[in-house]
Design a protein around this ligand. Structure first.
Ligand code: PEP
Ligand code: MG
Length: 732
């Protein structure tokens, strides 16, 4: 469909071709310009324009100063020998290391400077690190101090904050509590500061001039936005490190997307103004991306809308987008944040984020997590009325903002926070160790990934394997389905990256709210209950068979397991398995384990029967929860109630584990609740032996499980099953 539109546009006139060329030149894509200038043939231009894709915007936000507070445990304090060990360890890292004790600061790589601090046993010191390997340096040094720097720990080791239940903490005396949704874990303590975003710019009336001057205006606005982004990138890079500027480079890339320009120019040639045409193009694209239930693509939609605003402001003569600046550290309150806003946040000044709108997978939440900032979203409009300067505690565990807490509560919150920092440091330092419970049961902690880059990150973060590769990522955001060869290359790369570690590849789970326009899936009134997942694949051999062939071909390069999503009946499984087996025989590929997702209540209830057909089950608690509770997982008003720890969902999981055990099959969980420490504990107590979690949760979940025993977890799980609602389970 898109191609036809392109041909239409390109064939319109020589004048149009010239415009496209000029704009393409502005985009700065040298290859594309070369191709376009060599030909006047409309079809060639279409091919050149449509064949180009911008790289996806990613930002790794790690190059700022990391700090951690630790307590000196060895009996003699930081005297010569342990101080030497500390300095030698610090010197293994490139990062600059500083140690603060009281008001004095020492270079962590200088023995003399460190000894001059006179650190005694029981002292709390702050270690800071800055540089590419800062995080790792900090983790290693923390572990070194925690384990007594090669000496026996003092009998009088001060309070171990790790025992304090910061997750369940509630202050005793506060003036007001505002409830939102927990989006990024952690506690922030400080005054409130409001950040009022400039309202979104909108073009209400279309006032077109002549086509060429409108096109020239578009060209100028895009150039101005590019200059602005380049300036921002160098400014943010200077202030906050180059990785923080990545978002602006990604936005510049978005501006080089020829399809955006092509669609806008087409609208201008249909008789619209540049501003109106640009707004229409961006709004349509953003709406398409937002419809996809994928946090990465949702993030991309926000990026696009942000870039759209930047260009629109120039088209309307409104100048550059504003910048967030805070003079003192504070908890930032706002209605919602754009990627540009979040990229300019200074972690030294922003203690935490609280937004009136947004959801747990909003861009603000994702960025807050990657910056390690506690965040609460969807706190409602009341939060916008809190006076600037009001002292507060933001609790990213419970999703609450406490206003005017008592001095004792503030003190406790500080203690809890430093305990949490120590816990995170230890989890990270031990991330590559297996999660073996205190009574010796190994729990595989794998990660959910979309592509090879995620798998690499998952392994670095300590994941034992990949428990869910969502293959729909390969199918979304493009104009046609990837062919067998392209898929084979992707799955093979994944197998090779995993290098023998467990890998589960899930076949296409599209339909429902995830749609790819080129698949021409009929719109359904109740799409979550319609043709999605395996149901769609069984109806579309043109999609299913090339994917299965690609997976079996990849299986010749290393171990992988195959998994079918959204199964509801025995017949579906038998049919899918028969197709898979036919393809395997055709390819003379090795047999591989075949499992199914447990996302539909019928499958949980019939688990004993289905267990005789498959090798394993992986419970998708996100969908299972929505189908058990009949609450749309994306519904803005129901999201909070659709809690996967509801006893009804837990009973379904218990039933699944029992059914699986009757045929000697194992059960994993790859839904969101596996990434929650309480959820993970209950799941293990219910008999789940593989957890596939979000990449940032891997280290913490492993560390958490290592401290527990399955005997006590079985008891916890039994108590959870007997609860009357999710709140009772969470209170356990
Ligand atoms: C689930 O439903 O829990 C799941 C893991 O699948 P997805 O989130 O991709 O639907
Ligand atoms: Mg699902």
């Amino acid at each position: 469909m898109k191609l036809l539109t392109c041909v239409g546009i390109a064939a319109r006139s020589a004048e149009h071709i010239d415009v496209l060329r000029r704009l393409t030149r502005v985009l700065g894509n040298a290859d594309l310009v070369k191709q376009l200038c060599q030909t006047n043939n409309a079809a060639d231009i279409v091919e050149a324009l449509t064949g180009t894709r911008p790289p996806s915007p990613t930002s790794s936000l790690t190059d700022y100063e990391h700090t951690v507070q630790v307590v000196i445990r060895n009996s003699t304090g930081l005297h010569a020998r342990p101080a030497t060990t500390f300095v030698e360890t610090a010197r293994r890292f490139q990062a600059s290391i500083r140690v603060r004790y009281g008001k004095n600061v020492a270079d962590g790589k200088s023995l003399l400077s460190l000894l001059q601090l006179g650190i005694t046993t029981g002292a709390t010191i702050t270690i800071s690190a800055q540089g590419t390997d800062a995080q790792e340096a900090l983790m290693t040094l923390t572990e070194l101090v925690e384990t007594g720097i090669g000496e026996e720990a003092s009998a009088e080791t001060p309070v171990n904050h790790r025992n304090i239940a910061y997750r369940d903490w509630e202050p005793q005396h506060v003036a007001t509590t505002i409830h939102g949704i927990a989006a990024a874990e952690g506690l922030a303590i400080g005054p409130i500061r409001h950040y009022r975003r400039t309202p979104m710019v909108m073009v209400i009336t279309d006032q077109p001039g002549d086509r060429l001057s409108e096109t020239a205006a578009l060209e100028q606005a895009i150039s101005a936005a590019r200059n602005e982004l380049e300036h921002l990138a160098s400014e943010v890079s200077r202030r906050l490190g180059s990785s923080r500027a990545a978002i602006f480079r990604a936005h510049t890339e978005l501006l080089t997307d020829p399809t955006l320009i092509r669609e806008t120019v087409s609208r201008i040639f249909d008789g619209h103004s540049a501003a109106w045409a640009w707004q229409q193009t961006i709004t349509t694209r953003v709406a398409q991306l937002e419809k996809l239930d994928d946090p990465v693509l949702a993030g991309r939609a926000v990026d696009l809308s942000d870039v759209g605003q930047r260009v629109l402001r120039h088209l309307l003569g409104l100048g550059e987008m504003p910048f967030i600046s805070l003079t003192e550290p504070a908890i930032l309150i706002t209605d919602d944040l754009t990627p540009s806003d979040t990229a300019t946040l200074d972690p030294d000044k922003v203690l935490g984020l609280c937004t009136a709108l947004g959801g747990p997978i909003s861009h603000t939440a994702i960025i807050a997590r990657s910056l390690g900032l506690p965040a609460v979203v969807a706190a409602g409009s009341a939060v916008l009325d809190v006076a600037d300067g009001t002292p507060a505690i933001l609790d990213g565990f419970s999703g609450r903002l406490y206003l005017r807490p008592s001095a004792t509560d503030v003190e406790t919150a500080h203690a809890l926070r430093s305990g949490l920092e120590q816990e995170q440091a230890i989890a990270f330092a031990t991330r590559h160790q297996p999660a073996i419970t205190r009574d010796g049961v190994y729990i595989e902690v794998a990660a959910n990934v979309n592509r090879v880059a995620d798998a690499v990150r998952a392994i670095e973060t300590g994941a034992d394997g990949v428990g869910l590769m969502r293959t729909e990522f390969l199918f979304l955001e493009r104009d046609n389905a990837p062919d067998e060869e392209e898929q084979y290359q992707a799955y093979r790369a994944m197998v090779e990256t995993m290098a023998g570690r467990p890998l589960i590849i899930r076949t296409l789970d599209i339909g429902g709210d995830k749609e790819a326009p080129y698949l021409n899936i009929r719109r359904e009134d109740n799409s979550f209950l319609g043709i999605r997942g395996l149901r769609l694949c069984l109806r579309r051999p043109d999609l299913f068979e090339p994917q299965l062939r690609a997976i079996y071909r990849a299986a010749m390069h290393g171990p992988l397991k195959l998994m079918f999503p959204m199964v509801a009946t025995l017949e579906e499984v038998q049919q899918a398995k028969a197709i898979a087996e036919r393809i395997r025989t055709e390819l003379t590929a090795p047999p591989i384990e075949i499992g199914i997702m447990v996302e539909v209540p019928s499958v949980a209830m019939m688990a004993d029967v289905l267990a005789t057909e498959v090798d394993f089950f992986s419970i998708g608690t996100n969908d299972l929860t929505q189908y058990v509770l009949a609450m749309d997982r994306l519904h803005p008003e129901l999201a909070r109630q659709a809690d996967s720890l509801h006893p009804a969902v837990l009973r379904m999981i218990a039933r699944t584990v029992e059914g699986a055990a009757s045929a000697g099959r194992w059960v994993g969980v790859c839904g969101g609740i596996a990434s929650d420490p309480l959820g993970a504990a209950i799941l293990v107590g219910l008999g789940v032996r593989e957890l596939s979690v979000s990449i940032p949760s891997v280290a913490a979940i492993k560390a958490h499980l290592r401290g527990l025993s399955t005997i006590e977890l079985r008891d916890l799980a039994q108590r959870a099953l007997a609860c009357r609602n999710a709140a009772e389970v969470r209170a356990l």
